[in-house]
Design a protein around this ligand. Structure first.
Ligand code: SF4
Length: 326
């Protein structure tokens, strides 16, 4: 089992026949994610550090994960300190860096370094990419059924797309699950929510955001980061795939994708989720200047259900969008 702190070139672990584990997915689906955060705080992590980082620490310790790939550039500077703490505790940590300038040469070097660490060649990783491409294509179809045919909820689309980061640790089993879901979803009647929302930013720490929105008559038809985890662009090489993946790079690259999808998916409003104590909160001011669609910035801190204040803000936003809609 190899854990990782955010999406990495999964093909390397698949080629090496190692079981991939996205620590974020284990954290947020744990029956007691708050307990994992408390484990980190008991170990000495400060109160004012992002809940995801503390959750990842809790997952590694509780699941006794012995080796992780830590993304040191292109995700979160807190990861470096997390890596140091885990190294001190005997966990093998392998660094991986997305180059800020998207240099193909540097990215090739990084992927090659990772592949050599796990004892595989780039050629083997390319073969793994072709295998994963088939599964990712099926998840893209779930996304299409969400925004184009209105047969899939925002939450279902979110979940399947998030799971592509590690394919739930078992590619064949995950593909079978996707196949079953697609067969069932294709037979559904279109859903009725009238408002169409985009969700941008890191995945939510709240457990009931999508259901709450749907209860208010609005459905997420674009999950920005989650869709990126599923590698949405047609490419013919591993390096190109991870160069086009927008999440690790600058906000302007992400915004170009967001603007295209807002138009294509006929989005009425945008929810920009920001995590408490996250540096990405600063990017909200750029997002607000650039996007022309109404935006609600939503901050989350700890895992659990939406608090009353956040619900009221959501209600107000949805009512405003309904009033604007012709
Ligand atoms: S939400 Fe922000 S601070 Fe937290 S792990 Fe992600 S990038 Fe880092």
């Amino acid at each position: 089992m190899v854990g990782f702190t955010t999406t990495i070139p999964l093909e390397v672990l698949i080629a090496a026949e190692r079981r991939p584990v996205d620590l974020n997915n284990i954290f947020i689906t744990d029956p007691d994610p708050q307990g994992l955060i408390e484990d980190a705080e008991v170990a000495g992590f400060p109160r004012n550090i992002c809940g995801w980082i503390k959750g990842l620490y809790g997952v590694v310790r509780r699941h006794d994960i012995k080796e992780i790939v830590a993304v040191t550039e292109g995700d979160c500077s807190n990861t470096k300190a997390l890596m140091e703490v885990l190294t001190l505790q005997g966990v093998t940590t392998v660094p991986f860096a997305y180059p800020f300038d998207r240099s193909a040469e540097t990215l090739t070097h990084e992927i090659d370094k990772l592949a050599r660490h796990f004892g595989v060649t780039l050629h083997q990783c390319e073969a793994a990419r072709v295998r994963l491409e088939r599964v990712r294509g099926k998840v893209h179809e779930i996304d299409r059924l969400n925004w184009q045919e209105d047969r899939v909820s925002g939450s279902e689309s979110h979940t399947f797309q998030v799971c592509t980061s590690d394919m739930n640790g078992d590619v064949d089993a995950f593909e079978a699950e996707v196949d079953t879901f697609l067969a069932e979803a294709g037979r559904r009647q279109p859903l009725r929510q009238s408002l169409r929302l985009a969700y941008i930013g890191v995945p939510p720490i709240f457990a009931d955001l999508y259901e709450t929105l749907e209860g208010m008559g609005a459905r997420v038809v674009f999950n920005e980061t989650q869709r990126q985890f599923s590698m949405p662009y047609p490419v013919d090489s591993l390096v190109e795939q991870y160069r086009r993946y927008t999440y690790p790079y600058d906000i302007f690259t992400r915004l170009a994708d967001i603007e295209t999808e807002i138009a294509r998916r006929r989005v009425d409003g945008v929810i920009h989720y920001v995590q408490a104590f996250c540096f990405r909160q600063i990017e909200d001011l750029i997002v607000r200047q650039r996007l022309k669609t109404p935006i609600l910035t939503l901050e989350g801190d700890r895992p659990g259900l939406l608090d009353a204040r956040t619900r009221i803000r959501l209600e107000g936003f949805i009512e405003m969008l309904k009033a604007r809609k012709p």
